[in-house]
Design a protein around this ligand. Structure first.
Ligand code: SF4
Length: 310
């Protein structure tokens, strides 16, 4: 029997109560900011900015129905995807760099963020999918309380880079339905050089374990839409820079062989990747095939691989 996570299928009223009780703890994590493992020594409530250069109020880049996510996330009506501006990582190859690194976006209030969620639900979204939520967790927390009070009841997807604070993740217990984190690197040396972060794999592994504890293996409704669970994304980088073997070993041995994995082949040289000798080309068919083979070799067969690179 696969692990289905903690018993946290809570009704909306219970979620709101829990979140209101935890709100002060979420605020405390911003002063000084410990919303991610960088633990910048800045008080965001006083307007000080850390590495993510983001204040205390929400900033977003777009809110739309998205049909390009994994099948149980996009479904047939689309995923209610809200791209949060900025990022707590500084990946030199970021595929999304205008939003994450150049911070193209609009400051809004938590009331507007709540209204965006309700609008997406009204347009038929299967879920509300926060892309890069980590550094804006406190703003999202406040907005979600408002949205729940006004009738938001679709699953909440936390779609993150996987460099997470365990303290903040615990405040999401019972609130987030689907965790969709990256497992970007199997080795910290590459993470430091390419994303300017310390001990990515240490923090990533702790985060994945906590997510698995909270929500367990991905569960789909009869319609095929994700209701709850963990879905891990791994982008294969050229020259084995993503350390795929170590990522798969960890998932198989310490999370579960039942874990759903989205193994992504779409890497292209973006942002500052052209300055790196291995990152300035796409992933080869052979490299992707090797990653697929390694993943299967660890007994990991749930999830999605990309057919054009099979
Ligand atoms: S969320 Fe931003 S300010 Fe806070 S610790 Fe992370 S990078 Fe620093």
């Amino acid at each position: 029997m696969p692990n289905l996570g903690s018993d946290a299928n809570l009704n909306v009223n219970t979620k709101v109560k829990l979140m209101e009780e935890r709100l002060q703890q979420a605020l405390d994590l911003t002063q000084p900011c410990r919303l991610c493992p960088r633990e910048c020594d800045v008080n965001r409530l006083d307007g000080e900015l850390g590495t993510c250069k983001t204040g205390i109020e929400p900033v977003y880049s777009s809110a739309n129905l998205h049909f390009g996510e994994e099948p149980p996330i996009s479904g047939f009506n689309g995923s209610g995807t809200i791209f949060m501006t900025g990022c707590n990582l500084n990946c030199m190859f970021c595929q999304n760099y205008p939003i994450s690194q150049l911070r193209h976006g609009n400051p809004i209030t938590v009331e507007v963020l709540a209204a965006l969620m309700l609008d997406l639900q009204g347009r038929g979204a299967h879920n509300i999918n926060f892309v890069t939520p980590t550094h804006q967790a406190y703003a999202i927390y406040r907005a979600l309380i408002l949205a729940f009070k006004k009738g938001l009841d679709v699953p909440i997807v936390y779609n993150c880079g996987g460099y997470e604070s365990l303290e903040m993740l615990k405040l999401w217990d019972g609130i987030i339905d689907v965790y969709m984190p990256d497992a970007k690197y199997g080795r910290d040396e590459e993470a430091g050089k390419l994303s300017n972060i310390d001990e990515y794999s240490v923090h990533n592994r702790k985060a994945l374990k906590e997510m698995q504890r909270q929500v367990g293996v991905l569960q789909l409704a009869d319609s095929g839409i994700a209701q709850r669970g963990l879905l891990i994304r791994h982008l294969v980088l050229p020259g084995e820079l993503s350390g795929s073997d170590e990522v798969f070993r960890f998932i198989a041995e310490e999370i579960s062989v039942d874990t759903y994995i989205s193994l992504m082949s779409q890497y292209f040289p973006a942002y500052n990747a052209v300055t790196h000798k291995l990152l300035q080309r796409p992933v080869s068919r052979e490299e992707y095939r090797t990653a697929v083979k390694t993943m299967k070799g660890f007994g990991l067969s749930n999830g999605w691989i990309q057919s054009d690179k099979k």
